[in-house]
Design a protein around this ligand. Structure first.
Ligand code: FAD
Length: 431
């Protein structure tokens, strides 16, 4: 059997502009691999999880594209270490290529796989791909990581080189020893979700007007690229190369994504604790029925309920609604941000540990944000400003104009005062 080079697909479910894949093809005879990682799948609560369906669909498409180029995609299931032990026994593997993943679990997994391969004399190469500038490429002048977005983004733009954006191409050099494998959703213990994801199309016109439309959830004014960036069905370099010609504000949002990836890599304690550790002393009352009402979109605050119902129905929520619903959970319902973060993680198709955690800590005031905790969103004001004609609210809260719509479960003014006290006491009187 001739030796083979494996490209291990994870958050990069595409052939075009894929860094590790282009390197693998230079090495030779590439076999594509995806592992349904049971350490991740076993944690999912819903058997019809939309992300699993989306990955499955993307793998079918990827397998067809690889086949057209004369190769094959292997799809396996299990604990990655065990799967790799089987693969080493099955194939004469000379090298493995993959793209970096900055989540703490992924880091540990890759280290263990790398060590296993090294013992067998197989090289393991993991490279930057899912962000444009990673880890410690953008640092303060004193060599420390940034903790505030605005100076980070300024530095990011000065560090960027054209080569960081160049398309990664390859001349197909696939291994044709095997014919590929499929695992059906049922075989991995899942069923098809009702939620469908559109194929990635960069929406030029929306991006051109993004700065005017992005804050209004009733409009069709955002790009919906997040799920594709999450699973790598689009390349961040390609999106950046195109959109930089059209809209600076949009580029700044892509840099927010890089900022949170960088924060997660430098400060992994954010996965369980506050970015600012002093905030871990806050005592959250965590009223269970209120949490249920929030999850189900029955709080009696229309803009909050619209956001939560959008999330439950589609696996997506507009950014403005994410900010409002998250702030409402922490500062009106006095519920620990980590419970909300976990609910979003369960439901969001674009769930990404770094951005979700960053967004929640921003909303709770515990994160790397210049704004103080005592700036509290008023949900009624937010609705008046960003959904002035109630288009978004009526889209998701059908009974809004009827008597069946619930009364508010709390009084915003009262809760605001309670929240301020809760934060102040937790922080020992420090503001
Ligand atoms: C509480 C909360 C939780 C969030 N959880 C996630 C998450 O799990 N996954 C996720 O991708 N985004 C998350 N975000 C950020 C943001 O809401 C989404 O990226 C955005 O709504 C996705 O829609 P879009 O692709 O149409 O974005 P657009 O508005 O069209 O923006 C383009 C891209 O820029 C990036 N981006 C935009 N805003 C942000 C931001 N605030 N932080 C980081 N990246 C951003 C995304 O990659 C997005 O796809 C969260 C925000 C908050 C406030």
């Amino acid at each position: 059997m001739s030796s083979t080079t494996v490209h291990w697909f994870r958050r990069d479910l595409r052939l075009k502009d894929n860094t590790a894949l282009s390197l693998a093809h230079q090495k030779g005879n590439v076999l594509g691999l995806f592992i349904f990682d049971t350490n991740i799948l076993d944690e999912l609560e819903d058997r019809d999880d939309a992300r699993v369906s989306f990955i499955h669909d993307s793998l079918t498409r990827l397998g067809t594209e690889i086949k057209k180029e004369g190769g094959a995609l292997l799809v396996r299931q299990g604990d990655p270490i065990e799967v790799w032990k089987q693969l080493i026994a099955e194939f004469a593997i000379q090298a493995v290529f993959t793209n970096e993943d900055y989540e703490p679990y992924a880091g540990k997994r890759d280290q263990a796989v790398g060590e296993l391969l090294q013992v067998k004399g197989i090289s393991f190469t993991s490279v930057k791909d899912q962000v444009i500038l990673a880890k410690d490429e953008v640092l303060k002048d004193d060599g420390k990581p940034y903790t505030v977005y605005t100076p980070y983004s300024r530095k990011w733009k000065t560090v960027l080189r054209e080569s960081d954006l160049a398309e990664r191409t390859y001349k197909p050099n696939w291994d044709n020893q095997i014919s590929g494998e499929r695992l059906s959703l049922e075989q991995i213990g899942f069923s098809k979700s009702n939620i469908q994801v559109d194929t990635p199309q960069i929406p030029e016109q929306i991006i051109r007007h993004y700065h005017e439309t992005r804050d209004f959830p009733g409009l069709n004014g955002i790009s919906h690229m997040s799920v594709h960036l999450r699973f790598g069905t689009i390349s961040i370099r390609e999106l950046f190369r195109q959109s930089r010609q059209w809209n600076e504000k949009y580029i700044n949002e892509l840099i927010w994504r890089e900022f949170y990836q960088m924060i997660l890599w430098h400060f992994p304690h954010v996965v369980t604790g506050s970015f600012k550790p002093a905030y871990d002393a806050i005592q959250w009352p965590n009223n269970e029925p209120w949490f249920q009402a929030w999850c189900e979109g029955r709080t009696g605050f229309p803009i909050v309920d619209a956001g939560m119902r959008e999330l439950n129905a589609t696996g997506f929520m507009h950014n403005r609604a994410r900010m409002i619903t998250a702030s409402f959970l922490c500062k009106d319902l006095l519920i620990d941000w980590r419970l909300g973060e976990a609910y979003f993680a369960r439901k969001l198709l674009d769930f990404d540990l770094a951005s979700n955690n960053g967004g929640w800590q921003w909303a709770a005031g515990t994160g790397c944000d210049a704004a103080p905790y005592f700036r509290i969103f008023n949900p009624h004001e937010q609705a008046r400003k960003f959904d002035p004609d109630g288009v978004y609210i009526r889209r998701w809260v059908a009974e809004f104009d009827s008597l069946t719509y619930p009364q508010p479960i709390v009084d915003h003014k009262v809760q605001r005062e309670k929240a301020l006290k809760m934060y102040m006491v937790g922080l020992g009187g420090i503001s």
